[in-house]
Design a protein around this ligand. Structure first.
Ligand code: DCS
Length: 497
Protein backbone atom coordinates (compact mmCIF):
# COMPACT_ATOMS: atom_id res chain seq x y z
CA UNK A 1 0.00 0.00 0.00
CA UNK A 2 1.41 3.42 -1.00
CA UNK A 3 1.90 6.10 1.61
CA UNK A 4 -1.04 8.05 0.17
CA UNK A 5 -3.27 4.95 0.36
CA UNK A 6 -2.22 4.34 3.97
CA UNK A 7 -2.96 8.00 4.77
CA UNK A 8 -6.36 7.68 3.02
CA UNK A 9 -7.41 4.70 5.12
CA UNK A 10 -5.89 6.09 8.33
CA UNK A 11 -3.40 3.28 8.88
CA UNK A 12 -0.31 5.49 8.40
CA UNK A 13 2.32 5.38 11.17
CA UNK A 14 2.76 8.85 12.80
CA UNK A 15 5.55 10.68 10.97
CA UNK A 16 8.80 10.51 13.00
CA UNK A 17 9.88 14.00 14.13
CA UNK A 18 13.28 15.23 12.90
CA UNK A 19 14.14 17.00 16.16
CA UNK A 20 13.46 14.94 19.30
CA UNK A 21 14.41 14.92 22.94
CA UNK A 22 16.82 12.09 22.24
CA UNK A 23 18.75 13.92 19.53
CA UNK A 24 18.58 17.62 20.53
CA UNK A 25 21.41 19.60 22.14
CA UNK A 26 22.03 17.65 25.38
CA UNK A 27 23.47 20.74 27.12
CA UNK A 28 20.07 22.43 26.85
CA UNK A 29 18.42 19.43 28.50
CA UNK A 30 20.85 19.84 31.41
CA UNK A 31 19.83 23.46 31.97
CA UNK A 32 17.74 24.19 35.11
CA UNK A 33 16.27 27.57 36.00
CA UNK A 34 14.15 27.25 39.13
CA UNK A 35 12.99 30.90 39.20
CA UNK A 36 10.54 29.94 36.45
CA UNK A 37 10.56 26.18 37.07
CA UNK A 38 8.05 23.71 38.53
CA UNK A 39 6.51 26.11 41.07
CA UNK A 40 6.08 28.95 38.55
CA UNK A 41 4.59 26.60 35.94
CA UNK A 42 2.13 25.19 38.48
CA UNK A 43 1.27 28.74 39.61
CA UNK A 44 0.34 29.66 36.02
CA UNK A 45 -1.88 26.57 35.78
CA UNK A 46 -3.61 27.54 39.03
CA UNK A 47 -4.04 31.10 37.74
CA UNK A 48 -5.83 29.70 34.67
CA UNK A 49 -7.97 27.55 36.97
CA UNK A 50 -8.87 30.63 39.06
CA UNK A 51 -10.08 32.34 35.89
CA UNK A 52 -12.56 29.49 35.35
CA UNK A 53 -13.64 28.42 38.82
CA UNK A 54 -13.45 29.54 42.45
CA UNK A 55 -12.71 26.05 43.66
CA UNK A 56 -9.33 27.00 45.19
CA UNK A 57 -8.72 28.14 48.81
CA UNK A 58 -7.42 31.51 47.59
CA UNK A 59 -8.50 34.21 45.15
CA UNK A 60 -5.21 35.21 43.50
CA UNK A 61 -1.76 33.90 42.71
CA UNK A 62 1.01 35.98 44.30
CA UNK A 63 4.22 35.64 42.30
CA UNK A 64 6.98 35.94 44.89
CA UNK A 65 9.22 33.71 42.76
CA UNK A 66 10.62 36.51 40.64
CA UNK A 67 11.96 40.01 41.17
CA UNK A 68 9.40 41.55 38.83
CA UNK A 69 8.16 44.67 40.68
CA UNK A 70 5.75 45.99 38.05
CA UNK A 71 3.97 42.61 37.92
CA UNK A 72 3.04 43.34 41.55
CA UNK A 73 1.65 46.82 40.91
CA UNK A 74 4.83 48.87 41.42
CA UNK A 75 4.37 52.06 39.33
CA UNK A 76 6.92 52.97 36.65
CA UNK A 77 8.91 56.18 37.07
CA UNK A 78 6.86 58.95 35.41
CA UNK A 79 9.76 60.82 33.82
CA UNK A 80 11.15 57.63 32.28
CA UNK A 81 7.83 56.75 30.67
CA UNK A 82 7.31 60.34 29.45
CA UNK A 83 10.66 60.39 27.65
CA UNK A 84 10.23 56.83 26.33
CA UNK A 85 6.76 57.60 24.93
CA UNK A 86 8.00 60.78 23.20
CA UNK A 87 10.89 58.82 21.62
CA UNK A 88 8.38 56.27 20.39
CA UNK A 89 6.14 58.91 18.79
CA UNK A 90 8.41 61.77 17.63
CA UNK A 91 5.50 63.59 15.91
CA UNK A 92 4.54 64.73 19.41
CA UNK A 93 7.69 66.87 19.34
CA UNK A 94 6.77 68.71 16.13
CA UNK A 95 6.35 72.50 16.54
CA UNK A 96 2.71 72.35 15.43
CA UNK A 97 1.92 69.98 18.33
CA UNK A 98 3.97 71.72 20.97
CA UNK A 99 1.18 73.87 22.45
CA UNK A 100 -0.88 70.75 23.26
CA UNK A 101 1.96 68.39 24.14
CA UNK A 102 3.61 70.87 26.53
CA UNK A 103 0.42 70.71 28.62
CA UNK A 104 1.02 66.96 29.06
CA UNK A 105 4.82 66.71 29.21
CA UNK A 106 7.29 68.75 31.32
CA UNK A 107 9.89 70.78 29.45
CA UNK A 108 12.81 68.59 30.57
CA UNK A 109 11.13 65.44 29.27
CA UNK A 110 10.55 67.11 25.89
CA UNK A 111 14.15 68.27 25.78
CA UNK A 112 15.56 64.87 26.84
CA UNK A 113 13.58 63.10 24.12
CA UNK A 114 14.84 65.57 21.51
CA UNK A 115 18.45 65.03 22.58
CA UNK A 116 18.05 61.25 22.56
CA UNK A 117 16.44 61.27 19.11
CA UNK A 118 19.28 63.42 17.76
CA UNK A 119 21.57 60.48 18.61
CA UNK A 120 19.17 57.59 17.98
CA UNK A 121 17.43 58.72 14.79
CA UNK A 122 14.49 56.33 15.01
CA UNK A 123 13.88 53.83 17.82
CA UNK A 124 12.97 51.44 15.01
CA UNK A 125 16.47 51.45 13.54
CA UNK A 126 19.28 49.08 14.43
CA UNK A 127 21.83 50.89 16.61
CA UNK A 128 25.57 50.38 17.03
CA UNK A 129 26.13 46.78 18.17
CA UNK A 130 27.75 47.97 21.41
CA UNK A 131 24.85 50.34 22.00
CA UNK A 132 24.27 53.97 21.05
CA UNK A 133 27.55 55.90 21.62
CA UNK A 134 25.76 58.85 23.27
CA UNK A 135 24.15 56.50 25.80
CA UNK A 136 27.41 54.69 26.43
CA UNK A 137 28.99 58.08 27.15
CA UNK A 138 26.22 58.73 29.69
CA UNK A 139 26.84 55.34 31.28
CA UNK A 140 30.57 56.14 31.50
CA UNK A 141 29.71 59.50 33.08
CA UNK A 142 27.46 57.72 35.61
CA UNK A 143 30.23 55.27 36.55
CA UNK A 144 32.79 58.08 36.83
CA UNK A 145 30.47 60.16 39.05
CA UNK A 146 29.56 57.11 41.18
CA UNK A 147 33.12 55.86 41.73
CA UNK A 148 35.33 58.91 41.33
CA UNK A 149 37.43 57.03 38.75
CA UNK A 150 37.19 57.42 34.98
CA UNK A 151 35.22 54.98 32.84
CA UNK A 152 35.75 54.60 29.08
CA UNK A 153 32.61 54.40 26.85
CA UNK A 154 34.52 52.03 24.55
CA UNK A 155 34.62 49.48 27.39
CA UNK A 156 30.87 49.64 27.87
CA UNK A 157 28.34 47.37 26.16
CA UNK A 158 24.60 47.94 26.38
CA UNK A 159 22.77 44.60 26.61
CA UNK A 160 19.35 42.92 26.51
CA UNK A 161 19.18 42.99 30.29
CA UNK A 162 22.17 41.96 32.40
CA UNK A 163 21.35 38.33 31.54
CA UNK A 164 22.52 38.74 27.95
CA UNK A 165 25.73 40.42 29.10
CA UNK A 166 26.49 37.65 31.57
CA UNK A 167 25.84 34.96 28.96
CA UNK A 168 28.00 36.74 26.40
CA UNK A 169 30.98 37.09 28.76
CA UNK A 170 30.70 33.53 30.06
CA UNK A 171 30.59 32.21 26.48
CA UNK A 172 33.82 34.13 25.77
CA UNK A 173 35.48 32.80 28.96
CA UNK A 174 34.57 29.12 28.57
CA UNK A 175 37.00 27.20 26.37
CA UNK A 176 35.70 23.69 27.02
CA UNK A 177 34.58 21.33 29.81
CA UNK A 178 37.85 21.93 31.65
CA UNK A 179 37.02 25.61 32.18
CA UNK A 180 35.95 26.25 35.77
CA UNK A 181 33.92 29.24 36.92
CA UNK A 182 33.56 29.96 40.65
CA UNK A 183 29.90 30.57 41.53
CA UNK A 184 28.40 31.18 44.99
CA UNK A 185 26.23 28.67 46.86
CA UNK A 186 23.46 29.82 46.97
CA UNK A 187 23.55 31.54 43.55
CA UNK A 188 21.17 33.09 41.06
CA UNK A 189 20.64 30.20 38.59
CA UNK A 190 21.38 32.30 35.51
CA UNK A 191 24.99 31.30 36.23
CA UNK A 192 24.57 27.55 36.76
CA UNK A 193 22.15 27.40 33.80
CA UNK A 194 24.56 29.22 31.47
CA UNK A 195 27.49 27.03 32.55
CA UNK A 196 25.35 23.95 31.79
CA UNK A 197 24.58 25.39 28.36
CA UNK A 198 28.29 25.97 27.76
CA UNK A 199 29.22 22.58 29.21
CA UNK A 200 31.64 24.31 31.58
CA UNK A 201 32.52 23.25 35.13
CA UNK A 202 30.83 25.18 37.96
CA UNK A 203 33.16 25.52 40.96
CA UNK A 204 30.90 26.30 43.95
CA UNK A 205 32.02 28.35 46.95
CA UNK A 206 29.87 28.46 50.07
CA UNK A 207 28.44 31.67 51.52
CA UNK A 208 28.33 31.54 55.33
CA UNK A 209 24.71 31.82 56.51
CA UNK A 210 25.84 32.13 60.14
CA UNK A 211 27.82 35.25 59.18
CA UNK A 212 25.09 37.07 57.22
CA UNK A 213 26.00 35.12 54.05
CA UNK A 214 29.50 36.54 54.03
CA UNK A 215 32.21 35.29 51.69
CA UNK A 216 35.39 33.86 53.20
CA UNK A 217 38.45 34.15 50.94
CA UNK A 218 39.95 31.07 52.62
CA UNK A 219 37.01 29.05 51.32
CA UNK A 220 37.59 30.52 47.86
CA UNK A 221 41.24 29.42 48.00
CA UNK A 222 40.20 25.90 49.04
CA UNK A 223 37.67 25.68 46.19
CA UNK A 224 40.24 26.85 43.65
CA UNK A 225 43.07 24.58 44.80
CA UNK A 226 40.78 21.52 44.92
CA UNK A 227 39.38 22.27 41.45
CA UNK A 228 42.80 22.95 39.95
CA UNK A 229 44.19 19.76 41.52
CA UNK A 230 41.41 17.93 39.65
CA UNK A 231 42.53 19.45 36.36
CA UNK A 232 39.91 22.21 36.20
CA UNK A 233 41.13 25.43 34.63
CA UNK A 234 39.54 27.89 37.09
CA UNK A 235 39.36 31.21 35.26
CA UNK A 236 36.67 33.43 36.74
CA UNK A 237 34.87 34.27 39.97
CA UNK A 238 31.22 35.35 40.00
CA UNK A 239 30.28 37.71 42.81
CA UNK A 240 26.65 38.86 43.18
CA UNK A 241 26.70 42.00 45.33
CA UNK A 242 24.16 42.73 46.78
CA UNK A 243 23.42 39.01 46.84
CA UNK A 244 20.59 37.08 45.17
CA UNK A 245 18.99 35.10 46.85
CA UNK A 246 20.83 35.99 50.06
CA UNK A 247 20.67 39.81 50.21
CA UNK A 248 24.13 40.30 51.69
CA UNK A 249 26.22 43.40 50.98
CA UNK A 250 30.03 43.01 50.99
CA UNK A 251 32.25 45.22 53.12
CA UNK A 252 34.99 47.22 51.39
CA UNK A 253 37.62 45.25 53.31
CA UNK A 254 36.20 41.93 52.12
CA UNK A 255 36.13 43.30 48.55
CA UNK A 256 39.80 44.23 48.74
CA UNK A 257 40.62 40.69 49.88
CA UNK A 258 38.63 39.29 46.96
CA UNK A 259 40.43 41.56 44.47
CA UNK A 260 43.84 40.50 45.82
CA UNK A 261 42.74 36.85 45.63
CA UNK A 262 41.66 37.21 41.98
CA UNK A 263 44.82 39.09 41.06
CA UNK A 264 47.22 36.56 42.63
CA UNK A 265 45.21 33.55 41.40
CA UNK A 266 44.97 34.96 37.83
CA UNK A 267 41.16 34.90 37.97
CA UNK A 268 38.78 37.23 36.08
CA UNK A 269 36.32 38.96 38.43
CA UNK A 270 32.68 39.07 37.27
CA UNK A 271 30.79 41.56 39.47
CA UNK A 272 27.03 41.27 39.20
CA UNK A 273 25.85 44.59 40.69
CA UNK A 274 22.28 44.77 39.37
CA UNK A 275 20.95 45.47 42.92
CA UNK A 276 23.39 48.32 43.64
CA UNK A 277 20.60 50.76 44.56
CA UNK A 278 18.56 48.18 46.53
CA UNK A 279 20.49 48.99 49.72
CA UNK A 280 18.41 48.94 52.93
CA UNK A 281 21.08 49.64 55.57
CA UNK A 282 23.14 52.30 53.75
CA UNK A 283 24.93 53.34 56.93
CA UNK A 284 25.97 49.89 58.14
CA UNK A 285 26.21 48.17 54.73
CA UNK A 286 26.68 50.72 51.92
CA UNK A 287 27.20 49.57 48.33
CA UNK A 288 30.74 49.84 46.93
CA UNK A 289 31.34 48.95 43.29
CA UNK A 290 34.20 46.56 42.59
CA UNK A 291 35.49 49.07 40.02
CA UNK A 292 35.78 51.76 42.70
CA UNK A 293 37.45 49.47 45.25
CA UNK A 294 39.85 48.14 42.61
CA UNK A 295 40.89 51.64 41.48
CA UNK A 296 41.28 52.76 45.11
CA UNK A 297 43.90 50.04 45.67
CA UNK A 298 47.60 50.11 44.81
CA UNK A 299 48.06 50.57 41.05
CA UNK A 300 49.63 47.10 40.78
CA UNK A 301 46.09 45.67 41.02
CA UNK A 302 44.59 48.00 38.41
CA UNK A 303 45.35 45.50 35.65
CA UNK A 304 42.90 42.94 37.11
CA UNK A 305 40.35 41.83 34.51
CA UNK A 306 36.98 42.94 35.87
CA UNK A 307 33.55 42.86 34.20
CA UNK A 308 30.75 44.66 36.06
CA UNK A 309 27.06 44.18 35.21
CA UNK A 310 24.07 46.45 35.78
CA UNK A 311 20.38 46.38 34.78
CA UNK A 312 17.21 48.49 34.50
CA UNK A 313 15.23 45.55 35.94
CA UNK A 314 16.00 46.23 39.57
CA UNK A 315 16.55 49.20 41.89
CA UNK A 316 13.46 51.41 42.15
CA UNK A 317 12.98 51.21 38.38
CA UNK A 318 11.86 47.63 37.76
CA UNK A 319 11.60 48.01 33.96
CA UNK A 320 12.27 44.25 33.56
CA UNK A 321 10.23 43.82 30.41
CA UNK A 322 12.16 46.44 28.43
CA UNK A 323 15.31 44.30 28.65
CA UNK A 324 17.99 46.91 29.32
CA UNK A 325 21.39 46.72 30.99
CA UNK A 326 25.11 47.14 30.46
CA UNK A 327 28.49 45.71 31.34
CA UNK A 328 31.80 47.52 31.75
CA UNK A 329 34.80 45.43 30.69
CA UNK A 330 37.93 46.65 32.53
CA UNK A 331 41.52 45.64 31.58
CA UNK A 332 40.40 42.97 29.10
CA UNK A 333 42.90 42.01 26.38
CA UNK A 334 42.16 44.18 23.29
CA UNK A 335 42.04 41.11 21.05
CA UNK A 336 39.43 39.52 23.34
CA UNK A 337 37.49 42.81 23.26
CA UNK A 338 37.35 42.45 19.48
CA UNK A 339 35.82 39.00 19.93
CA UNK A 340 33.28 40.41 22.39
CA UNK A 341 32.38 43.04 19.78
CA UNK A 342 32.09 40.39 17.06
CA UNK A 343 29.67 38.32 19.15
CA UNK A 344 27.65 41.45 19.98
CA UNK A 345 27.42 42.27 16.27
CA UNK A 346 26.01 38.80 15.48
CA UNK A 347 22.91 39.86 17.46
CA UNK A 348 23.00 43.22 15.63
CA UNK A 349 22.09 45.39 18.63
CA UNK A 350 20.30 45.45 22.00
CA UNK A 351 16.75 46.79 21.76
CA UNK A 352 16.65 50.57 21.66
CA UNK A 353 13.86 50.90 24.25
CA UNK A 354 16.07 49.16 26.75
CA UNK A 355 18.98 51.42 25.79
CA UNK A 356 16.84 54.53 26.38
CA UNK A 357 15.97 53.28 29.88
CA UNK A 358 19.67 52.64 30.60
CA UNK A 359 20.34 56.27 29.64
CA UNK A 360 17.56 57.46 31.96
CA UNK A 361 18.67 55.17 34.81
CA UNK A 362 22.23 56.51 34.55
CA UNK A 363 21.33 60.17 34.00
CA UNK A 364 17.99 60.79 35.80
CA UNK A 365 16.56 64.29 36.45
CA UNK A 366 18.95 66.42 38.52
CA UNK A 367 18.34 69.10 41.16
CA UNK A 368 16.76 72.09 39.43
CA UNK A 369 15.25 70.09 36.55
CA UNK A 370 11.48 70.47 36.14
CA UNK A 371 10.94 66.78 36.91
CA UNK A 372 13.44 66.41 39.74
CA UNK A 373 11.00 66.82 42.64
CA UNK A 374 8.52 64.30 41.25
CA UNK A 375 11.28 61.87 40.27
CA UNK A 376 12.88 62.07 43.72
CA UNK A 377 9.56 61.64 45.48
CA UNK A 378 8.70 58.55 43.40
CA UNK A 379 12.10 56.96 44.04
CA UNK A 380 11.93 57.68 47.79
CA UNK A 381 8.38 56.29 48.05
CA UNK A 382 9.33 53.02 46.38
CA UNK A 383 12.59 52.75 48.34
CA UNK A 384 11.06 53.27 51.79
CA UNK A 385 8.21 50.88 51.00
CA UNK A 386 10.64 48.17 49.88
CA UNK A 387 12.62 48.68 53.08
CA UNK A 388 9.49 48.39 55.26
CA UNK A 389 8.27 45.27 53.43
CA UNK A 390 11.70 43.66 53.69
CA UNK A 391 11.73 44.08 57.49
CA UNK A 392 8.09 43.03 57.89
CA UNK A 393 8.60 39.80 55.94
CA UNK A 394 11.87 39.08 57.76
CA UNK A 395 10.05 39.45 61.10
CA UNK A 396 7.24 37.22 59.82
CA UNK A 397 9.65 34.47 58.80
CA UNK A 398 11.58 34.69 62.07
CA UNK A 399 8.30 34.26 63.99
CA UNK A 400 7.63 30.89 62.34
CA UNK A 401 8.42 27.62 64.13
CA UNK A 402 11.74 26.18 62.95
CA UNK A 403 12.50 29.11 60.65
CA UNK A 404 15.43 31.54 60.79
CA UNK A 405 15.94 34.34 58.30
CA UNK A 406 18.89 36.71 57.83
CA UNK A 407 18.01 40.34 57.07
CA UNK A 408 18.15 41.56 53.48
CA UNK A 409 20.81 44.30 53.42
CA UNK A 410 20.18 44.52 49.69
CA UNK A 411 18.37 43.13 46.61
CA UNK A 412 14.69 42.08 46.71
CA UNK A 413 14.66 38.69 48.42
CA UNK A 414 14.68 36.84 51.69
CA UNK A 415 16.10 33.34 51.93
CA UNK A 416 14.84 31.77 55.17
CA UNK A 417 16.13 28.44 56.43
CA UNK A 418 13.29 26.02 57.26
CA UNK A 419 13.78 23.07 59.63
CA UNK A 420 11.22 20.48 58.54
CA UNK A 421 9.87 17.56 60.62
CA UNK A 422 11.15 14.10 59.67
CA UNK A 423 7.63 13.08 58.60
CA UNK A 424 7.50 15.97 56.14
CA UNK A 425 10.87 15.00 54.67
CA UNK A 426 9.70 11.39 54.42
CA UNK A 427 6.49 12.48 52.67
CA UNK A 428 8.52 14.64 50.29
CA UNK A 429 10.73 11.64 49.50
CA UNK A 430 7.63 9.51 48.92
CA UNK A 431 6.50 12.13 46.36
CA UNK A 432 9.95 12.19 44.77
CA UNK A 433 10.48 15.82 45.76
CA UNK A 434 13.24 17.67 47.59
CA UNK A 435 11.87 18.61 51.02
CA UNK A 436 11.97 22.38 50.38
CA UNK A 437 10.32 21.92 46.98
CA UNK A 438 7.56 19.83 48.63
CA UNK A 439 7.04 22.57 51.28
CA UNK A 440 6.82 25.27 48.56
CA UNK A 441 4.32 23.21 46.55
CA UNK A 442 2.17 22.78 49.66
CA UNK A 443 2.42 26.55 50.28
CA UNK A 444 1.27 27.28 46.72
CA UNK A 445 -1.67 24.86 46.98
CA UNK A 446 -2.76 26.36 50.29
CA UNK A 447 -2.15 30.10 49.75
CA UNK A 448 -1.57 30.84 46.05
CA UNK A 449 1.84 32.25 47.01
CA UNK A 450 4.58 31.13 44.61
CA UNK A 451 8.13 31.09 46.00
CA UNK A 452 11.26 29.18 44.89
CA UNK A 453 12.78 26.27 46.86
CA UNK A 454 16.34 26.71 48.10
CA UNK A 455 17.37 23.67 46.04
CA UNK A 456 16.88 25.90 42.98
CA UNK A 457 19.76 28.14 44.18
CA UNK A 458 21.99 25.60 45.89
CA UNK A 459 22.38 25.36 49.67
CA UNK A 460 24.62 23.80 52.31
CA UNK A 461 24.15 20.03 52.51
CA UNK A 462 21.46 19.12 55.04
CA UNK A 463 19.78 22.53 55.08
CA UNK A 464 16.49 23.56 53.46
CA UNK A 465 15.49 27.07 52.38
CA UNK A 466 13.14 28.92 50.10
CA UNK A 467 13.40 32.32 48.44
CA UNK A 468 10.63 34.88 48.47
CA UNK A 469 10.59 38.42 47.18
CA UNK A 470 9.14 41.13 49.40
CA UNK A 471 7.37 42.74 46.45
CA UNK A 472 3.63 42.14 47.11
CA UNK A 473 1.85 45.50 47.28
CA UNK A 474 2.11 47.05 50.75
CA UNK A 475 -1.66 47.29 51.26
CA UNK A 476 -1.87 43.49 50.84
CA UNK A 477 1.26 42.76 52.85
CA UNK A 478 -0.29 42.04 56.25
CA UNK A 479 -2.71 39.54 54.72
CA UNK A 480 0.20 38.06 52.77
CA UNK A 481 2.22 37.51 55.95
CA UNK A 482 -0.81 36.16 57.81
CA UNK A 483 -1.53 33.63 55.06
CA UNK A 484 2.06 32.39 55.14
CA UNK A 485 1.97 32.15 58.95
CA UNK A 486 -1.28 30.17 58.95
CA UNK A 487 -0.02 27.84 56.25
CA UNK A 488 3.21 27.18 58.14
CA UNK A 489 1.36 26.36 61.39
CA UNK A 490 -0.91 23.93 59.56
CA UNK A 491 2.02 22.31 57.78
CA UNK A 492 4.05 21.86 60.97
CA UNK A 493 1.02 20.46 62.86
CA UNK A 494 0.29 18.04 60.02
CA UNK A 495 3.80 16.61 60.16
CA UNK A 496 4.61 17.03 63.86
CA UNK A 497 6.64 14.09 65.17
C1 DCS B 1 21.73 38.70 40.30
C2 DCS B 1 21.01 38.90 39.00
N1 DCS B 1 21.73 39.13 37.87
C3 DCS B 1 21.12 39.31 36.68
C4 DCS B 1 19.75 39.28 36.58
C5 DCS B 1 19.12 39.47 35.21
O1 DCS B 1 18.50 40.68 35.11
P1 DCS B 1 18.01 41.26 33.69
O2 DCS B 1 16.54 41.41 33.83
O3 DCS B 1 18.72 42.56 33.56
O4 DCS B 1 18.41 40.29 32.64
C6 DCS B 1 18.96 39.04 37.71
C7 DCS B 1 17.46 39.00 37.57
N2 DCS B 1 16.76 38.55 38.70
C8 DCS B 1 15.92 37.38 38.51
C9 DCS B 1 14.65 37.73 37.77
O5 DCS B 1 13.72 37.99 38.85
N3 DCS B 1 14.15 37.29 39.99
C10 DCS B 1 15.42 36.87 39.84
O6 DCS B 1 16.05 36.23 40.63
C11 DCS B 1 19.60 38.85 38.94
O7 DCS B 1 18.90 38.62 40.07
Amino acid sequence: MTNNQSIACGTQQPRRKTIRLDNMNAHIKNVEYAVRGELAIKAEALRDQLNKTNSLPFKTIVNCNIGNPQQLQQKPITFFRQVASLCDNPDLLLPENRHIVSQLYPEDALHRAEVLLEHIGSVGAYSHSQGIPHIRENVAKFITERDGYAANPDNIYLTQGASAGVQSILSILVKDQSTGILIPTPQYPLYSATLSLLDATPVPYLLDESQDWSLNVTDLEKSVSTARANGTDVRALVIINPGNPTGQCLSEENMREIIEFCYTQQIVLLADEVYQTNIYEPEARPFHSFKKVLMSMDSVFHDLELVSFHSISKGMIGECGRRGGYFEAHAIDPEVMSQIYKIASVSLCPNVHGQILVDLMCQPPKQGDASFEKYNQEIDTIYSSLRRRSRKLEACFNSLEGVTCNPAFGAMYLFPQIRLPAKAIADADAHGKAADNFYCLEMLDATGVCVVPGSGFGQKEGTWHFRSTFLPAEDLFDDFCENLTNFHKQFMNKYRD
